[in-house]
Design a protein around this ligand. Structure first.
Ligand code: URA
Length: 453
C-alpha cells in the first residue's frame, strides 16, 4: 500500500501529461520518486472508484509487471471509460485474475493466522502470529483482525513487514527477528484436541482440503500435526466415496442415453443415428459423461481411436492432456460434463492404424441434434468449446481459436461460451508452442471456473 501510494504519486502527473504506457517502464526494486514534470495546468483525472479499488488491490500482487499493467489500465480507462466492463480485454482479464488471487490470499490470511500467547515482563498477555502470504497483502488483510480483536495487543508478522496493534492503535513496523516469536503456547494441546474432535474423517476430501488449505500454510498451524494423521485416514474414505460417485455418474450417463433415446425424433439414441455416414465405420456412438447437473460442460470434436473402442469421451492421449489441464485449473473431472460435437469416430486407414479424420461441417451440423439434447438436459451455465469443430457446433462460428478466445459468445441456451485450444493441438505442437497452448488451455479452464463461481 505504501508502494501503491508512491506509484500513484508518480503516475498521476504522468497521466495528466498523457504519457503513453509504451513510452515508459516501471522497475521494481527502486523507490518510485514523485516526478516534477513541467506540465501545463494539471487536468483533473477522472478515474472511477472501481478502477482505484482494482489498482489498490493488484498493487499487492507480487509480480514485476504489476506497475506497468496498472499504469496501462489507468491510461486506457481515461480514453475508454467502460474498459473494465470488457472482461475479454487481455489487460482487464489479467487484472481480474490478479485481483482474485489477492482477495483469495486475504481470505486465507483471515482463515490461517494463528496467534500464540506470550506474557511480557509486566505480566501482560500479548499475541503473535507469523504468516507467509504469496502476495503483499498484510495491509489489506489486517483491518479484519483490528475489528475482531480490538482489546488484545497483537502482532502479525510477515516476511514483508509486520502489523502491530497496541492499545487500540495500528502501526506497520519492520519484521522482527522470527526466532524471537513464540512457536507454541500453552493452548496448543487444547486447540489440537478440539480440532481432532470437530474434524469428521468420513467427510474429508483430501484434494479439496489441499486446495483450500495449501500445504505452505501448514507449518504455522498448530493443528497441522493432526491434519496429517486425519488426512491419512480420510484418504481411504475418500477413495470409497469417489468410487460410489463414479458408479452413480455412470448410472446417470446411462439414464441420459436412455432419456435421449426415448425422445420423439431420437429413437434409438445416438447409437441408432443415421443422420450422416460416419457411423458406418465406427465401433459405437460415444455420448458425453460426467455430472448431469454440471455447471460447466466441455465439448471436444469427436471420439478418437481409444474412445471409440471404450465408449467414453477423452480417455486416450488427448484425454490425458485434458485431465492434467483440468487438474491444474483446480477443477475436478467428475464435476464437469464432457462430451463431443460429433458422437462417432471418423477415421482413415494408415497401415494398421486408424487415423483421425476431421468431421465436415455437414457432419457436425447433423450431430448437433445430440449435442443440443445434451445441453438441454444438463443445462450448463458455461460451455467450453475445445477447438474449432466444437466452436462451429456450439456457435456456428468459424473464427480462429486465437481470436475466439478473446470474444464473449453467448449460446442460444443462455450459457456463456468459453473458447480454447483442443488438447490434441498441444500434442501436435512443437515443445515451445505446446507449453504456450497448454498455459492457455489451463488459463481458459480457470476462467470457466471463475465464471461458473
Ligand atoms: N478428441 C476429442 O475431441 N474427443 C475425444 O473424446 C477424444 C479426443
Amino acid at each position: 500500500m505504501q508502494e501503491y501510494a508512491q506509484w500513484r504519486d508518480v503516475a498521476r502527473p504522468l497521466l495528466s501529461a498523457d504519457v503513453a504506457p509504451e513510452n515508459m517502464e516501471w522497475r521494481l526494486g527502486q523507490r518510485f520518486e514523485p516526478l516534477q514534470l513541467a506540465m501545463p495546468e494539471a487536468t483533473r483525472l477522472r478515474l472511477s472508484r472501481r478502477l482505484i479499488e482494482l489498482l489498490e488491490t493488484i498493487s499487492c500482487y507480487r509480480h514485476d509487471g504489476r506497475w506497468d499493467l496498472m499504469y496501462r489500465l489507468a491510461w486506457r480507462s481515461l480514453r475508454q471509460p467502460h474498459l473494465l466492463e470488457d472482461a475479454a480485454d487481455l489487460d482487464v482479464h489479467r487484472a481480474m485474475q490478479m485481483e482474485n488471487a489477492v482477495n483469495r490470499e486475504v481470505h486465507k490470511m483471515h482463515a490461517f493466522v494463528r496467534f500464540r500467547e506470550m506474557t511480557d515482563e509486566n505480566g501482560v498477555k500479548k499475541y503473535f502470529a507469523w504468516f507467509e502470504p504469496t502476495h503483499e497483502i498484510l495491509r489489506l488483510g489486517v483491518p479484519f483482525f483490528c475489528k475482531r480483536f480490538p482489546n488484545m495487543d497483537w502482532m502479525i508478522a510477515t516476511p514483508d513487514g509486520a502489523a502491530l496493534w497496541q492499545d487500540g492503535e495500528l502501526q506497520f513496523v519492520e519484521t522482527p527477528d522470527k526466532s524471537l516469536l513464540p512457536k507454541a503456547d500453552a493452548h496448543e494441546g487444547l486447540w489440537r484436541t478440539y480440532y481432532r474432535n470437530i474434524c469428521n474423517v468420513s467427510r474429508i476430501n483430501p484434494p479439496a482440503m489441499r486446495r483450500e488449505m495449501p500445504q505452505r500454510y501448514w507449518r504455522n498451524l498448530p493443528e497441522s500435526v493432526e491434519i496429517q494423521t486425519l488426512l491419512r485416514d480420510g484418504q481411504a474414505n475418500f477413495e470409497q466415496r469417489q468410487k460410489e460417485a463414479l458408479d452413480m455418474e455412470l448410472a446417470k450417463a446411462r439414464a441420459m442415453q436412455r432419456a435421449l433415446a426415448d425422445l420423439p425424433d431420437y429413437t434409438g439414441g445416438p447409437a441408432a443415428c443415421r443422420r450422416c455416414d460416419i457411423w458406418r465405420h465406427a465401433t459405437q456412438a460415444v455420448l458425453g459423461e460426467g455430472s448431469t447437473s454440471a455447471v460447466i460442460m466441455l465439448v471436444g470434436e469427436q471420439p478418437g481411436d481409444e474412445e471409440d473402442l471404450r465408449g467414453r469421451p477423452f480417455v486416450g492421449p488427448a484425454g490425458r492432456v485434458l485431465n492434467a489441464a483440468i487438474k491444474d485449473a483446480s477443477l475436478e473431472r467428475s464435476e464437469l460434463y464432457i462430451t463431443n460435437a460429433v458422437k462417432h469416430f471418423k477415421w482413415q486407414p494408415r497401415g494398421k492404424r486408424r487415423l483421425h479424420k476431421r468431421p465436415e461441417a455437414a457432419e457436425i451440423a447433423a450431430c448437433n441434434h445430440w449435442l443440443d439434447a445434451e445441453i438441454s438436459q444438463v443445462k450448463p451455465r458455461i460451455i467450453v468449446a475445445l477447438g474449432a469443430s466444437a466452436l462451429r457446433a456450439i456457435a456456428g462460428r468459424t473464427d480462429s481459436i486465437e481470436s475466439a478466445r478473446q470474444l464473449h459468445i453467448p449460446h442460444a441456451s443462455g450459457a456463456q461460451i468459453v473458447c480454447t485450444y483442443h488438447p490434441s493441438a498441444i500434442l501436435r505442437a512443437d515443445p515451445t508452442n505446446a507449453e504456450q497452448l497448454r498455459t492457455h488451455l489451463v488459463g481458459d479452464l480457470r476462467r470457466a471456473r471463475e465464471l461458473a463461481a
